[in-house]
Write a protein that binds this ligand. Structure first.
Ligand code: ADP
Length: 305
């Protein structure tokens, strides 16, 4: 089976600025997080998938088809929620969403009926006859998600969909995003600079920085620690335990009140306990170190220089 999204050698300049630098990517169906700091090239990448920016070189394929050949046909199969919270304030949520449906090529009656369905789905059923200008930011973002979903897309591209939301609004939006592939079989690509958003919703991660792909793979391995690294907490002051572990050839880093301990090759957690016992130190907590996505992200960027 061909990949959902394929980029090969894709570069894009804006004048002198290189926004995408020979990007090669093959992405499966599912929930994909596109993660990177501001200015990394994420929006440019999404727009090149849609054929909205013309790349200078390389090939972009979606659903196995080259986007350049017929961008209109490809766009009809993609839902897109651009960055920002712009809506047409004078339209009701229903008018706005139906209009978006017609733009994807649905006949009017079908667009209206789909609009009712998706507005219910995003939690705006009761508010669908209200004008968007009267909506809170959270409601506007839901309406923008509804317009991206109305054409029953095979792929949904979401550019910073939680921006401007309060923690509750953000959690609700993320729950919807998580739910979409299971409900409808639609694949989702979520572009964001917010690591926990990706951690909560995605199975596959692409890390982009300065237009280059630094990581492309499953989320799991990225945040699973290397073998032989443990989080260790001492009872009381960790100084003595740290010394004992270092004497036993462990590599120790202090992380707040905990120690991050890499044991010598071939050793396991028992080794930490034995060294502690021999030195008369007490261990209160010992577990394989779980990396946060933030840490994995920083390490990935550091490794890339
Ligand atoms: P991200 O979405 O990761 O924040 P963008 O794709 O928006 O990154 O931008 C990547 C780089 O390209 C940034 O340095 C940005 O300033 C620049 N850029 C984006 N769009 C344009 C444009 N239309 N004209 C000139 N520079 C642009």
């Amino acid at each position: 089976m061909s990949a959902l999204i394929e980029l090969s050698g894709v570069s894009k300049h804006y004048g002198e600025l290189l926004a995408l630098d020979a990007v090669d990517l093959e992405l499966p169906e599912g929930r994909i997080g596109l993660l990177g700091p501001n200015g990394a090239g994420k929006s440019t990448l999404l727009k090149s998938l849609l054929g909205l920016v013309e790349h200078d070189s390389g090939v972009v394929r979606i659903f196995g088809e080259e986007v350049r050949r017929d961008p209109f046909e490809i766009r009809a199969r993609i839902g897109y929620m651009p960055e920002g919270d712009a809506v047409m304030p004078e339209l009701t949520a229903l008018e706005y969403t139906s209009f978006a449906g017609e733009l994807t090529g649905l006949p009017r009656p079908e667009a209206v009926s789909r609009a009712h369905q998706v507005l219910h789905y995003v939690g705006l059923g009761e508010a669908r006859y209200r004008r968007l200008g009267s909506f809170s930011t959270g409601m506007k973002q839901r309406a923008r998600l509804a317009q991206a979903l109305v054409g029953d897309p095979k792929l949904l591209l979401l550019d910073e969909p939680t921006s401007g939301l309060d923690p509750r609004g953000r959690d609700e939006m993320l729950a919807l995003i998580r739910d979409i592939p299971e409900r409808t079989g639609t694949s989702v690509m979520l572009s964001t600079h917010i690591l926990p958003d990706v951690e909560k919703t995605c199975d596959h991660v692409v890390v982009l920085a300065r237009g280059k792909v630094l990581y492309n793979g499953a989320l799991g391995p990225l945040i699973t620690s290397e073998a032989g690294v443990y989080e260790v907490r001492a009872k009381g002051d960790p100084g003595g335990l740290r010394k004992a572990l270092e004497l036993g050839r462990c590599v120790v880093q202090v992380q707040g009140s905990a120690l991050e301990v890499k044991v010598p090759e071939g050793e396991g957690p028992q080794y930490v306990l034995r060294l502690a016992l021999e030195a008369g130190e007490q261990v209160r907590h010992l577990a394989p170190l779980k990396k946060t996505l933030e840490r994995a992200f920083l390490q990935t960027i550091e490794r890339a220089g």
